[in-house]
Design a protein around this ligand. Structure first.
Ligand code: FAD
Length: 467
């Protein structure tokens, strides 16, 4: 049994909790981290990592079919889903083991089990193996994450009605899939399944896929979905489903009438909600908002100041890298350091094809805030490296404050957006001006040159497109 008194109790070991435990260990706090079983949390086990593995596999299949234009013929491409899952599982295993080793190596005590607050200073720990025990803590970090939202008419059974978790664990490629919800998880999963060979239909309630995203960016994704024959119903509501022989039949209401969509699997991706079941927040006196999120201040303190919260359970954006930064800061707060969250941007990446990545305000937000804007857009079709990669769909957009050219936003839709966004995030964190990006020599031939060109375009002097 671990020591019954700790400086810091971390509940949940996802991208929020495990960095908190590691950082606390580095700072010399006696730390206990309790995780129900998924070391690495949603992200490593059933989220970011497994989804990106399968997305890479789907992309590889597609690249084989496109290679003939380069004079490479690839014949007999087939998908062995069981082998793909073994490969994916190996990556997950390696990473989740690494998380445990890092926590241990930095001095934290690990417990696989469930933690439940019994008061504002105590918790009851029920290990998966061994006897339950109570622990008294100086500080606690709640890092219990989120779970998929279930639609009442489509209860998850992970056989016919899948959440993202089930979609990442398929042992074969279904012939026909209806995806309910055209947000980022639905599109990432839908495109991945389409590339692996499924006929995919997306049903989205909003008037565009990726609701809330810049419509100009969404247009590029919509075009890519059309090219891949992914059918999309917009302003459409999935009402229910029935079984007809081997077929699942989804009834959908649209402005033009009702539709019946036949498929083999229904994937429901309509968002995620905070998870705090059985956590005993009442016993600890920790308040939640009307949606179940745990509100925190800039030091990640809940209304009970020595109980902190990080990651998805604290609200949007529900992203792993935000959770991680919060986890590190929470540990430092618990160690008595004078730190707070003051980031200017939480960059967002969507691993669709092409990828989307944004940092800073959106164009709409910048306008709402009253900024006059200078906008420079540079298309991938004018970038040499993009041409050599057969990836010319989309653009980079740099948006600056017209008053002084300070960069407010950089948005990508196109190749390797997920890697390119870090320059954008740094520019925004450092209050860069469009001139900083335009004057920085970017190596040639690279995708990064497009950022320099888009900034120069905003200033009216891009070289490789007309201004
Ligand atoms: P989680 O990762 O959910 O971890 C919470 C942990 O707490 C869980 O392991 C749970 O078992 C444990 N727990 C809960 N209650 C208790 C308790 N009482 N006692 C002990 N343990 C408990 N984000 C990105 O940034 N990039 C991506 O590409 C991306 N892709 C995604 C793809 C999918 C399909 C999904 C579903 C999510 C994706 N996300 C992505 C989101 C990302 O996974 C989450 O933002 C991130 O995991 C949140 O981290 P967290 O630590 O807050 O919570």
């Amino acid at each position: 049994m671990p020591e019954a008194n700790v400086d810091l109790l971390v509940i949940g070991a996802g991208p929020g909790g495990y960095p908190a435990a590691i950082r606390a260990g580095q700072l010399g706090l006696k730390t206990l981290v309790v995780e129900k079983g998924m070391w690495g949390g949603t992200c490593l086990n059933i989220g970011c990592i497994p989804s990106k593995a399968l997305i890479t596999a789907g992309k590889t299949v597609e690249q084989c079919s496109k290679a003939s234009v380069m004079g490479i013929s690839v014949e007999g491409v087939s998908v062995d889903m069981k082998q793909m899952q073994t490969w994916k599982g190996g990556i997950v295993k390696r990473m989740t083991k690494g998380v445990q080793q890092l926590c241990k190596g930095n001095g934290a005590t690990l417990e696989t089990g469930t933690a439940t607050f019994t008061s504002a200073t105590t918790a009851h720990v029920t290990p998966v193996q061994g006897d339950a025990y109570d622990v008294t803590f100086g500080h606690a970090v709640i890092a219990t994450g989120s779970v998929p939202i279930q639609l009442p008419a489509f209860p998850f059974d992970e056989q016919s009605i899948l959440s993202s978790t089930g979609a990442l664990d398929l042992d074969h490629v279904p012939a026909r899939v209806v995806v309910i919800g055209g947000g980022y998880i639905g599109l990432e999963m839908g495109q991945m399944l389409s590339k692996l060979g499924a006929a995919v239909t997306v049903v989205e309630m909003g008037d565009q896929v990726m609701p809330g995203f810049d419509p100009e960016i969404v247009q590029v994704i919509a075009r890519s979905l059309r090219k891949a024959r992914v059918k999309v119903f917009l302003d459409a509501r999935a009402d229910g489903w029935t079984r007809d022989g081997d077929d699942l039949v989804v009834s959908v209401s649209t402005a033009k009438g009702s539709e019946e969509l036949r498929c083999d699997k229904i994937l429901v991706t309509v968002g995620r909600k905070p998870y705090s079941d059985g956590l005993g927040l009442d016993a600890a006196g920790v308040e939640q908002d009307e949606h179940g999120f745990v509100p925190v201040d800039e030091q990640l303190r809940t209304n009970v100041p020595h109980i902190l919260a990080v990651g998805d359970v604290t609200g949007n954006p529900m992203l792993a890298h935000r959770a991680t930064k919060q986890g590190e800061i929470a540990a430092e707060v618990a160690a008595g350091k004078k730190v707070a969250t003051d980031y200017k941007t939480v960059p967002a990446v969507v691993f669709t094809d092409p990828e989307i990545a944004t940092a800073g305000l959106s164009e709409a937000e910048a306008r709402e805030q009253g900024f006059e804007l200078k906008i420079g857009k540079f298309p991938w079709a004018a970038n040499g490296r993009a041409l050599t990669q057969l990836s010319t769909d989309g653009f980079v957009k740099v948006i600056a404050d017209a008053a002084d050219n300070q960069v407010l936003c950089i948005a990508f839709v196109g190749p390797h957006a997920s890697d390119l966004i870090s320059e954008a995030a740094l520019a925004i964190e450092m209050d860069a001006f469009a001139e900083d990006l335009a004057l920085t020599i970017h190596p040639h031939p690279t995708l990064g040159e497009a950022v320099m060109e888009a900034a120069a375009k905003a200033l009216g002097h891009a070289i490789h497109v007309m201004n």
